[in-house]
Ligand binder design. Structure first.
Ligand code: ADP
Ligand code: MG
Length: 370
């Protein structure tokens, strides 16, 4: 089921009566292709849950429209939209068994949708098998791990065969290892069922690893939509560049003069087609190449060997943070006793931003992904 959000805005009245309304979602337009998994990514309070609640019908938009396929569902109540919902806190009924929890949404179906007991059992077992909890059907939630409880919640959302699956930070209550495992599971289930899915998270790693498309949100507004790698390789602004990648992008004050990028007193990279101006320079950690005669020199703090890679920690007078992290192949030998480390820069890993607007400044050598 394709989902189209058109100019959605949601305002909440300010609790402090004199204050202005809170604009949780601001003129949000997005087309979610049929059968895809969309990662809705942004920091806490940016409007992710509100967007999800607008899609499910739990919240009504102040303005704008929502379409499921060709149907305008903006005025439709949640139970008529055919959505499955999963929240961070699994919200299972503690006094019911796993089986009863999963059956619960089916028992309330009325009229034409009403199912026989045998059909309900069959559907519940199918949903349970899909999330691999079919051996736990007679347990109660208190007898399950967090990961298992979240699987029950997913099975309960799937049992009604929703047209759209909405997941609001479903992994946040799980420990690190389970989080990794469960996100792979969600990916598998989504592929097997082909249900159009919106996955909300503040964790960029999570969103990058399982999404077909990521949507990066800030203060109720979409900043960028694209395939995870495309967005990483081509951030439209400083916010997006900073949000993606671990370790994060390194930032410097710089300037363009006669198509040359300068950081401090060093000409570090030719930048064709850029006009002379002050810039904020972003360099991905993997954008540094060790070279004893490299154009860019940093003051070396320490070298951390991490198996496959080596992390060089340094600092620079023009850097916006206290430390610079560069990741280089462990094949390189870094003299950790040296006080200066020199680099060449990989042009496709260096981004320029307008210090006033934070927008990306195009450089002629920027290559667009085909
Ligand atoms: P996220 O899920 O990204 O953390 P939310 O969608 O929950 O963000 O919230 C977005 C903004 O809207 C926040 O500023 C939040 O305080 C505000 N907000 C959300 N729900 C309500 C509400 N029911 N009443 C008033 N303000 C709300
Ligand atoms: Mg939220």
């Amino acid at each position: 089921m394709k989902v189209v959000l058109r100019n959605l805005t949601k305002k909440f009245p300010n609790r402090n009566k004199k204050g202005a309304d809170v604009i949780a979602v601001n003129d949000f337009s997005l087309e979610i292709p049929d059968g895809k998994l969309i990662g809705l990514l942004g920091s806490s309070g940016c409007g992710k849950s509100t967007t999800l609640n607008l899609i499910s019908g739990l919240e009504k938009p102040t303005s704008g429209k929502i379409f499921f396929g060709e149907d305008d569902v903006t005025e439709l109540p949640p139970e008529q939209r055919g959505v499955g919902l999963v929240f961070q806190n699994y919200a299972l009924y503690p006094h019911l068994t796993v089986r009863q929890n999963i059956l619960f949404p089916l028992q309330n179906l009325k009229g034409e949708q009403k199912l026989s007991k045998a059909e309900m059992e069959k559907r519940a077992l199918e949903a349970a098998s899909l999330v691999q909890i079919d051996a736990l059907m007679d347990r109660r939630p208190s007898e399950l791990s967090g990961g298992q409880q979240q699987r029950v919640a997913i099975a309960r959302a799937l049992v009604k065969m929703p047209k759209v699956l909405l997941l609001d930070e479903p992994l946040s209550n799980l420990d690190a290892r389970l989080r990794l495992q469960t996100r792979e599971e969600i990916r598998r289930i989504q592929r097997e069922t082909g249900i159009t899915t919106v996955f909300v998270t503040h964790d960029q790693d999570e969103a990058m690893s399982i999404s077909d498309l990521i949507v990066i949100m800030d203060a109720g507004v979409i900043n960028q939509v694209g395939k995870p790698q495309e967005v990483y390789d081509n951030p439209v602004n400083l916010f997006v560049a900073k949000f993606l990648g671990t370790p994060g992008i390194n930032l410097f004050r710089g300037r363009v003069e006669k198509e040359m990028l300068w950081i401090g007193g060093e000409a570090v990279l030719p930048v064709k087609g850029s006009i002379d101006q002050a810039v904020t320079v972003g360099i991905r950690p993997e954008g540094f190449l060790l070279n004893t005669r490299g154009a860019f020199s940093c003051a070396l703090d320490r070298v951390e060997v991490m198996g496959r890679d080596t992390s060089v920690v340094s600092h620079h007078r023009e850097a916006l943070a206290d430390t610079i992290r560069s990741i280089i192949s462990a094949d390189n030998i870094v003299d950790s006793a040296a006080s200066i480390v020199r680099f060449d820069l990989k042009p496709n890993k260096v981004f320029l931003f307008d210090p006033e607007t934070s927008r990306r400044i195009p450089v002629a050598s920027d290559r667009k992904e085909g």
